[in-house]
Write a protein that binds this ligand. Structure first.
Ligand code: MG
Length: 302
């Protein structure tokens, strides 16, 4: 029964889900699905299957799945910029790249202060065109999701690429920064820390950083929400400022004040989500080996 697909922690969550419409499996056969991004103009979704070094594409009109690119330099997180271009985090490429309108590829950033990035993981574009991304070490820790290599940076941090291509470090107090997203008004940047994978004392959580008046730097962060099942990886924000985050037992939905509203339960570890469909009210879920979706009564931020 669909009711078992949800866990309601706050009565407000009941209005955000359709209990007669649970999550559905759209595709299965991956090793570690990540990085979903929905293209409204083409009505398709692309996502990463990182260990298999491929990007897949799901066609919303006929449900067919095909390989979009393979090999793909072990891409992980994706987003679509304000011009409809694909922005990609590349583990093996150790860069953030952009797919241009003519099909060519531009490397936006592959180093900071003369040293190679670790392995960019997830990315978001701000309304001013700047590109913000996380740089944990998962893609260079082993050959499974990239090429094993020593870390050149002094840690795992969050960076911003300005319109001119300059790269600045904006967060330096995390163990393994991972998913990230802005609040709808861009007053805050949220960043997940999956540091427990390497540091047992690190509490899996999302932190919130106030964006400074200059729009380009951040104030000190505060803990926003801790994860009670596995770790938060990728997440998205809806138009009302709620956070829909991946977790070990499905998708967790938080109010803007950090209250856990409820969960969409999934029987695989979820790595990332994104909103899509013509109304942006369909939540796509990358869950280990599968791509799934569920309609919710919320709309994702553009
Ligand atoms: Mg991630």
């Amino acid at each position: 029964m669909p009711a078992i697909d949800y866990e309601i922690h706050d009565e407000r969550f009941g209005r955000l889900i359709h209990e007669n419409a649970g999550p559905e499996i759209l595709w299965q056969g991956g090793r570690w699905c990540e990085g979903p991004a929905y293209f409204p103009a083409g009505r398709y979704l692309i996502w990463s299957d990182i260990p298999n070094d491929r990007i897949l594409r799901w066609d919303e009109m006929n449900g067919q799945v095909a390989i979009f690119e393979q090999p793909c330099r072990n891409q992980n997180g994706h987003t679509v910029d304000r011009m409809g271009r694909l922005i990609a985090c590349e583990h093996r490429g150790r860069c953030v790249s952009r797919y241009e309108i003519d099909g060519s590829r531009t490397v936006l950033a592959d180093s900071f202060e003369g040293k190679r990035l670790n392995s960019p993981n997830d990315v978001v574009v701000k309304s001013d065109g700047s590109v913000w991304f996380t740089d944990p070490s998962y893609g260079i820790d082993s050959d499974y999701e990239g090429d094993a290599a020593p870390m050149e940076q002094d840690g795992r941090h969050v960076y911003r690429i300005d319109a001119g291509g300059g790269v600045t470090r904006v967060v330096a107090d995390m163990k393994q920064p991972n998913g990230l997203a802005f609040s709808p008004d861009e007053a805050f940047l949220y960043v997940a820390d999956t540091g427990r994978s390497h540091f047992p004392d690190c509490i899996p959580k999302i932190r919130r950083y106030a964006v400074s008046p200059d729009g380009a730097s951040l104030a000190d962060g505060v803990d926003f929400a801790a994860c009670d099942a596995g770790m938060f990886d990728g997440f998205r924000v809806d138009t009302e400022g709620r956070i829909w985050s991946s977790a070990g037992d499905g998708v967790h939905c938080f109010a803007p004040d950090g209250t856990l509203l409820g969960k969409i339960l999934i029987d695989e570890v979820v790595a990332n989500v994104c909103f899509g469909g013509p109304k942006r009210n369909r939540l796509f879920i990358c869950a280990t080996t599968t791509l799934r979706s569920v309609y919710v009564n919320a709309r994702g931020c553009a």
